[in-house]
Design a protein around this ligand. Structure first.
Ligand code: NAP
Length: 313
């Protein structure tokens, strides 16, 4: 995966397939009311396209109603999203695949990520269940395959050699990890023949994860923020309420713009068209230094996702 270094505001990878993509929609009326940059003004160098990971994706956890999930994915792709995130454990890979098939967007323009669940992380199970995932998704390859958690059947050498094999076979374009602590990322980099391109972790203004981000940057591993809206908690924070009111946008947009400007990819889960559109519009929002200072001052570190098997517990 090509990793793009920031040209002007902290992007590590590509924002999107908006630029130069005829399928991408960015109707000017969607941007009404935003006192920030116009989409047309976005510098193509700022958000290059092609095979890198778009910085805004669609999350799908708990989007388990098959029809609704397929429609969310279709609508997101037709809105301009080019990055879709799912996992074996979400029980929706088939519906996600259906949404991709329905959308008027070519498969090769979509950056599709899934994750191998913890019980499937023994070497042979990685190989067999990854193939099952591809079959459920209806695709010949995924753009990114994550180790979902370093837990249960995760054994670095065994697990990652299977990921490397899938990478070598071309079934998996990129290998990623999720919920890894810095030392586990370093260990995975040392062991895995394929590059570890991303670490997907919980990250939002209420859990800013500076140390983890610094460690990932040091090793050239992109950070992907899950629960980037803190599962709705961002709507209840005064600092974010004030920034949102100042720019005339939602707190969701503020959180997503903050992540993007920190160089972090975000994959908000949204089901209905309004939320999918609202999150997309965050790409047009630019925060100022005062906003960044205010968000940096938020002193909270409560996790939304904190199972007992997490490596930090
Ligand atoms: P999230 O994206 O922070 O929040 C999702 C919630 O926010 C949903 O209730 C959604 O409602 C609502 N929402 C979305 N956009 C909104 C908007 N513009 N205005 C108001 N409400 C809005 O939480 P998440 O689902 O935990 O995280 C996102 C994705 O990250 C997941 O779907 C999954 O793909 C991934 N994830 C990965 C892991 C991991 O272990 N790797 C863990 C958790 C999540 P609607 O659904 O009604 O739109």
């Amino acid at each position: 995966m090509r990793v793009h270094r920031p040209s002007r505001c902290g992007c590590i990878s590509s924002v999107c397939a908006i630029i130069g993509n005829p399928n991408a929609l960015w109707p000017s009326d969607q941007l009404g009311g935003m006192d920030s940059t116009d989409a047309d003004e976005i510098d193509p160098d700022f958000c290059p396209t092609d095979d890198s990971m778009p910085m805004l994706g669609l999350g799908t956890w708990e989007n388990t109603d098959a029809e609704q999930c397929a429609e969310s994915v279709r609508f997101a792709l037709e809105t301009g999203y080019r990055h879709i995130d799912t996992a074996q454990i979400y029980n929706n890979e088939e519906a996600v695949g259906e949404g991709i098939a329905r959308a008027d967007v070519d498969r090769e323009d979509v950056f599709l990520a899934t994750k191998i669940w913890t019980s499937n992380l023994a070497h042979d199970d990685v190989l067999s269940t990854a193939r099952e995932s591809l079959s459920r998704l209806g695709v010949g390859y995924v753009d990114l395959l994550y180790v979902h958690w370093p837990a249960e059947a995760y054994e670095p050498t065994e697990t990652l050699s299977a990921f490397s094999k899938l990478h070598e076979e071309g079934r998996v374009r990129n290998v990623g990890v999720s919920n890894f602590q810095p030392e586990q990322v370093v260990e995975a980099i040392d062991i895995c023949e394929a590059p570890i391109v991303a670490n997907q972790v919980e990250l939002h203004p209420l859990l800013q994860q500076e140390q983890l981000r610094e460690a990932c940057e040091q090793y050239d591993v992109s950070v992907v923020a899950y629960s980037p809206l803190a599962r709705g908690a961002v709507f209840e924070v005064d600092v974010l309420n004030e920034i949102a009111a100042k720019h005339g946008v939602s707190e969701a947009a503020v959180s997503l713009a903050w992540l993007r400007e920190q160089g972090v990819t975000a994959i908000p889960k949204a089901t209905g068209e309004d939320h999918i559109r609202d999150n997309w519009e965050s790409l047009a929002l630019e925060l100022d230094q005062e906003d960044h200072n205010a968000i940096a001052s938020i002193d909270r570190t409560k996790r939304e996702v904190d199972p007992s098997f997490a490596p930090w517990n």
